[in-house]
Design a binder for this molecule. Structure first.
Ligand SMILES: C[S@@+](CC[C@H](N)C(=O)[O-])C[C@H]1O[C@@H](n2cnc3c(N)ncnc32)[C@H](O)[C@@H]1O
Length: 237
């Protein structure tokens, strides 16, 4: 299944589930500390989803453009942005592999988005929805094309998944994610059940890119890897 398909089915549940998995407020504070060291306030978020991170950044005075390939996630994001009113956020439906905005940014962010650094039990590695390293290089090059000189690429870091995660939400619903790994491929089965009946079952395949290989792709795309921020929640290039 394509990732856009997963988020089509998942979008109505995303905010209910993600609130338990992500610490938006705390993470945004760490992120703002990094952004404050950069040259300006224009941020591009790839994989903006339902705009939780984007809204938090805009409330702190950042000028945010968010792109996502899932129309269902963006529909929810747009409603939330309208409800907040007065925020400097633009949302666009785009695949970041084909990123084509007539604009340049001070920072490009992937917060739990298409590129994430994983803190694994045997060391760090990258995880992506993209098919292989060639596609990842294409994506990184597109991101660099949209950065101003000395702009920052910032990717969130998360801990390795447990084999199975489970969460009860919205009173009578259960979400679980079961992970199977073989070599550099991850298969994640996301299931939402309501009163013991499965209402969403989505299988998503992700790729693992070893840390050294990813850093070499960064170099090929003309990025200099800077490393982890102080809080170790973000990887910066
Ligand atoms: C886990 S959600 C993260 C959403 C959001 N950043 C947040 O903070 O909650 C990942 C998002 O990345 C998007 N995504 C995955 N691959 C993408 C791609 N190639 N181009 C654009 N968006 C993509 C998905 O549609 C989804 O909305």
């Amino acid at each position: 299944m394509k990732h856009s398909q997963l988020y089509k089915e998942f979008a109505p549940f995303y905010d209910l589930i993600s609130a338990d998995y992500f610490s938006y407020e705390e993470d945004m504070k760490s992120l703002e500390h990094i952004l404050a060291q950069g040259s300006g306030k224009k941020v591009l978020e790839i994989g903006v989803g339902t705009a939780n991170a984007a809204i938090a950044l805009a409330k702190s005075g950042y000028d945010v453009t968010g792109i996502d390939c899932s129309g269902s996630m963006l529909d929810i994001a747009k409603k939330k942005v309208v409800e907040c009113s007065g925020l400097n956020i633009r949302l666009k439906k785009q695949d970041f592999l084909k990123l084509n905005l007539d604009d340049k940014f001070d920072s490009v962010l992937s917060y739990e988005g298409p590129l994430v650094l994983i803190n694994g039990k045997n060391g760090y590695y990258f995880e992506t929805y993209l098919n292989d390293e060639n596609e990842t290089l294409t994506g990184l090059t597109k991101m660099n094309d949209h950065l101003k000189d000395n702009g920052l690429l910032i990717m969130s870091v998360k801990n390795e998944r447990n084999e199975t995660r489970q969460l009860t939400f919205d009173g009578d619903k259960t979400y679980s994610a079961k992970v199977n790994q073989s070599y550099n491929n991850l298969r994640i089965t996301h299931t939402v059940t309501c009163k013991d009946e499965a209402i969403v079952v989505s299988v998503v395949d992700k790729r693992i890119i070893p840390f050294q290989n990813f850093n070499s792709l960064l170099q090929q795309a003309n990025f200099d890897a800077i490393g982890l921020d102080q809080t170790q929640k973000f990887y910066i290039a």
